[in-house]
Each structure stands twice: as C-alpha cells, then as structure tokens.
Design a protein around this ligand. Structure first.
Ligand code: GLY
Length: 400
C-alpha cells in the first residue's frame, strides 16, 4: 500500500519534471512503477499461456506484444520479432534492483526463445537474442548464454549478401522486393559487434561495419531523414527501390525508422569509434529534433509527415528508442552533449507524465500510445516501447 501511495504521488508530480528534486527521483520511482506493472504482466502472461496450452495443447506463446483491439492480451511465439523484449525488461529489472526474483523470471522467459538461435529466416536475431540472452550474459556471465549468442550471430551472418554489402532483412513479399534491407536492421549489428569482441572473429566486425556504411549511403535523403526499405538487385547489388513500408508513404518519415537510424549509428560509433558514424547520428538527431515535425513534448507523431498532424497518433516506442540514443550521444558528443541530454530528459518526463499505463492495469504494460505501423497496432501499448523506456532510464543514470 505504501508503494502504491508513493507511486501515486510520483505520477501526480511528474508534470513538474523540470524540478531538480523531482528529477533526482525519476529513475527510482519509474522502476517502482515498473515493479508493480511487470509483476502483473508475469501473472497475466502465465495465466493466458496456461489457458492457451489448455485449449491448443502446444500453443508455444512465449511473451506479450500488445493489447488487441478487442481488449485481450496478444502473446507471441518465439519466432516473432518482439519475443526478446519482455525477457529483456526482466533483465533490466534485475540490473536495477539486484533482486533475484527478477533474475529467475528473466531466466525463465529468456529460456523460452532459445530455439531462435537457428532461425536464419529473418534479420531480427539481434532484437530477439541480444535483448534477452545478451542482457542475461552481460549480467550473469552464464557460459550457456554465451554459446547461444555466438550461435545466433553465426546464424545472422548467413544472411549477409556480399554483392550488396548488407544483411538481407526480410524474405516475405518476394514479388515486390529482391533483397530488402530495412533501417531497423541497424540494431541487429550490435549482436555482431559483440560476437567479434567475444570470439575475435573479424568477419563479424567487417559485416556489421560494411552494412552500416552501405545503409548510410543508400537509406538517407539529403536532409538525413531515412527510407524504411531499400531493395537491392541480388546479382548486381544495385539499388532497385526505396520504400517506406510501415510509414505513411514512400517519401514520408516513419518515426520509428528515424529512431532506429539514430540509435543504430550511435551504437556503431560506440562499438567502432568510427567518426563517420558519430557524425551520421548527429545529423539524424538534428533532423528529428530541429527539422522534422516534432511536437512540444518530443513524443513524435507515428510518421513525421503523416497527413493530418496534429490529429495523428503518437509513437511512444520511437520516443523511447530516441531517448536511449540521445543519452548515449550526450556522452560521445563534444559540443552538443547538454542539448542531447535535455531532449532525452524531456522525452522521459513526457512519457511518464502523459503516456504511462494505468497503475496495476493494462496487463502490466508500462507505456500507452505507441504505433506499430500504418495499418496495424495504432495507438496501443507495445512491448518494445517498454523495453527501450527501461533502457533509457538506465542510461539516464550514466548520462548524469
Ligand atoms: N522492426 C520492426 C518495427 O520497428 O516495427
């Protein structure tokens, strides 16, 4: 009861985030909120998986993704691109609290997706395995996790196309694209950089770095906004199409795509020290926060060129990813550090004061108001918004 009361005060005062005293407690109180929510999420997921098992015998639904239009909880199988985020959130809870309850739950949910280490049918390996097993290995040094991650990285590089200089993203829609590479793929490179450091095999470094350079050349417009999908000819490696599949239209600025680019190049700079990547991240940040159509609270519209702004849904997931990138950038950039941190702090403050889920409700999701794509998951909670929200809170501690 005491915790609930403290949380209600926290949620009430968050509109005054600029107050330094409030600021100091933001991370602590946000994790207390997450503690209540994620315990509920575990209960809800467990009871729904039991029901699914009872009905279908072998439902293989492993973790939550969103709330369906009919108000039910959507659980996904391990092959879904979002399956690693819930275990990742549980690892972040363990990292912050040191409480073994979270370690055990994180282990339990992480184990459910091990089969994905052999799934070479998608580029989403990093999202699935690095967010779950990667955080688990970082925090426990469990050798079994290391082996699973190395196998995952070996599987991911099988999708590298030397003639293109990129890892192929999707295998679907083959009538439309030959070798589609999406901007989201930048985040999967982190697993490869990890595998290079861990195994000493420079192939991982070379593939990741080549992919980042090819993407830098072909995905970005002059103003540093990015396309979502670049399609390449598998024989010549030439660019065939530049599309924006999940955004408003091909020439629009799908918000999460801009966020993946921002965080992707920030991460690539962290892992390589290559200045081109730092400059690219800074240009993208400049586009997002100074050129694009960004609302006052810095929680982007789902597409920055959506047709009826301001009457368009926001995307809290894009904002959470942007906050992660900005906290890191603030530690790398020499002259714009304070500005990046200010933007990140503003995003965190806005998410807490205007986008959080109901305490003890919403199936234990942390944030509302995310948007998956033009045609689905509009203005809903999404598990990856919550994952990157917790990651941003942890980065906020380091970015002080
Ligand atoms: N990687 C898929 C998405 O951002 O929706």
């Amino acid at each position: 009861m005491k915790t609930v009361f403290k949380l209600m005060v926290f949620l009430g005062v968050c509109s005054a985030c600029s107050n330094p005293l409030v600021e100091e407690n933001i991370v602590k109180q946000a994790f207390e909120f997450a503690d209540v929510q994620l315990r509920k999420a575990i209960r809800d997921v467990d009871s729904l998986s039991d029901m699914a098992l009872g009905k279908n015998g072998n439902a293989n639904l492993v973790s939550p993704r969103t709330i369906n239009e009919d108000g039910s909880l959507l659980l996904v199988p391990s092959r879904d691109w979002t399956s690693g985020f819930f275990p990742g959130e549980l690892w972040y809870m363990y990292e912050y609290t040191g409480d073994d309850f979270w370690k055990e739950e994180a282990r339990r949910f992480t184990a459910r997706i091990e089969d994905q280490k052999r799934n070479g049918g998608t580029h989403d390996m990093g999202f699935k395995m690095y967010c779950s097993f990667g955080n688990g290995y970082r925090l426990t040094k469990d050798c079994a996790y290391r082996d699973i991650l190395l196998k995952s990285a070996a599987t991911l590089v099988t999708r590298y196309k030397p003639v293109v200089g990129c890892i192929r993203s999707w295998d679907h829609n083959q009538d439309k694209w030959q070798c589609p590479v999406i901007i989201d793929n930048m985040l999967n490179l982190e697993l490869l950089y990890w595998a290079f450091k861990e195994s000493g095999d420079s192939l991982y470094y070379q593939v990741a770095t080549k992919h980042a350079y090819t993407t830098m050349r072909n995905h970005f417009r002059k103003d540093y906004s990015s396309y979502h999908v670049v399609d390449y000819d598998t024989i010549t490696g030439m660019v065939l199409h530049k599309h924006t599949h999940q955004g408003w239209n091909h020439e629009s600025s799908w918000a999460r795509g801009q966020a993946w680019g921002l965080y992707g190049y920030t991460m690539c700079y962290r892992e390589t020290g290559i200045k081109d990547f730092l400059l690219q991240a800074e240009h993208i940040a400049n586009y997002i926060f100074k050129v694009a159509n960004m609302p006052e609270d810095l929680i982007s519209y789902w597409d920055m060129k959506a047709p009826v702004i301001p009457n368009e849904p926001r995307d809290a997931s894009a904002a959470a990813v942007m906050a992660c990138a900005l906290y890191e950038l603030s530690m790398h950039s020499s002259d714009k550090s304070a500005e990046y941190k200010k933007w990140a702090d503003k995003i965190i403050c806005s998410l807490i004061s205007g986008y959080r889920a109901q305490l003890g409700g919403d199936y234990g999701f942390l944030l509302l108001h995310s948007t998956g794509a033009r045609n689905f998951e509009r203005d809903v909670p999404l598990v990856y918004a919550d994952y990157y929200f917790l990651e941003a809170l942890l980065k906020k501690i380091d970015a002080k």
